[in-house]
Design a protein around this ligand. Structure first.
Ligand code: FAD
Ligand code: FES
Length: 278
């Protein structure tokens, strides 16, 4: 029996299902081999796990499923390097290592009663999906939901079925855009911020969540500030290169904060202070 006092030891998890979202993004449904571990695996939307494959090290990946179902959990992974390349070759029944959950996660109790705006780009919709599905499962606790999502091309859109499902839910508006359309695409073409002109976002009692490529984030923040959202209700999740995931190695720090421990979720007020002190 492994010594579970060692925080670096991963737990074996078995791939249950693999869904191909796009040519380079797959969603993996996983369950811990140890049933007791699976039934006590609690996490919050916005938290991440360290995924390991023998000989290839580890990579931090956000939990993309809502925490309400504890029979399995999901990770949506873009093929981008050594570990994720190998992960994409794995099939149901194969095993990987998982440790975590880590990080602070999104505020949840604090946003009850608020209108919520999500702005996602590419694979950045993965951590937001966990929160969106948690909110939809408890729809009466929240105000209106607006989901603005952008991808490079129509073929790069993830969670297509869910985007449709969400748009059919009462009080939920979904707006999608692509940078480059194709002959069948009849929707909006342009970067995700062009969607702000296609709807009305009220700053009143609203919280916004942003996740996407680093180049997208400052533009989205700029537009949300212009709409009048307070800095503390503009909430981003950040990506940094990580090693330990538990505040020990110093790989992920920005100024005095560790992204793995104090983040990856920060509101814009915190982020501004961090970047000023950096
Ligand atoms: C909190 C958090 C959550 C994340 N969630 C997700 C998620 O849900 N889904 C997802 O697909 N990805 C997610 N990522 C990103 C993912 O962890 C990285 O893409 C990871 O590096 C992939 O590992 P790899 O071994 O496949 O790729 P790597 O071999 O690490 O390469 C990935 C890319 O990063 C570059 N790179 C590697 N090391 C460095 C370095 N030290 N400095 C600069 N560039 C470097 C490589 O050149 C390559 O372009 C998340 C990252 C963080 C921090
Ligand atoms: S990854 Fe080691 S301190 Fe954050």
């Amino acid at each position: 029996m492994a010594n579970r006092e060692n925080p670096y030891l991963p737990y074996p998890a078995v791939i249950q299902r693999v869904k191909e979202e796009t040519s380079d993004i797959k969603t993996f449904s996983l369950a811990f081999k140890d049933k007791a571990r699976q039934t006590t695996f609690y996490y919050r939307p916005g938290q991440f796990v360290q995924v390991s494959i023998l000989g290839l090290g580890e990579a931090p990946i956000s939990l993309s499923s809502a925490p309400c179902c504890n029979g399995s959990f999901e990770l949506s992974v873009k093929r981008s390097g050594r570990l994720t390349e190998r992960l994409h070759q794995l099939k149901p029944g194969d095993e990987i290592g998982i440790r975590g959950p880590y990080g602070n996660g999104f505020p949840y109790e604090e946003i009850k009663g608020k209108n919520i705006v999500f702005v996602g780009g590419g694979i950045g919709l993965a951590p937001l999906r966990s929160l969106i599905n948690s909110i939809i499962a408890n729809r009466d606790d929240f105000g209106s939901l607006q989901i603005l999502y952008g991808a490079r091309t129509p073929a790069d859109l993830v969670f297509k079925d869910e985007l449709n499902c969400w748009s059919e839910t009462d009080g939920v508006e979904v707006l999608v855009t692509v940078d480059i359309g194709d002959e069948r695409w009849t929707g909006n073409v342009g970067v995700v911020t062009t969607l702000f002109a296609k709807t009305r976002i009220s700053a009143d009692n609203t919280a916004a969540f942003i996740c996407g490529p680093p180049v997208m984030i400052p533009f989205v923040i700029r537009d949300l500030l212009e709409i009048g959202l307070p800095e503390e209700w503009i909430i981003c999740t950040l990506e940094r290169h990580m090693k330990c995931g538990i505040g020990k190695c110093g790989h992920c720090n920005i100024g005095s904060k560790y992204v793995c421990l104090d983040g990856p979720v920060f509101n814009y007020r915190e982020l501004k202070q961090l970047l000023e002190s950096f």
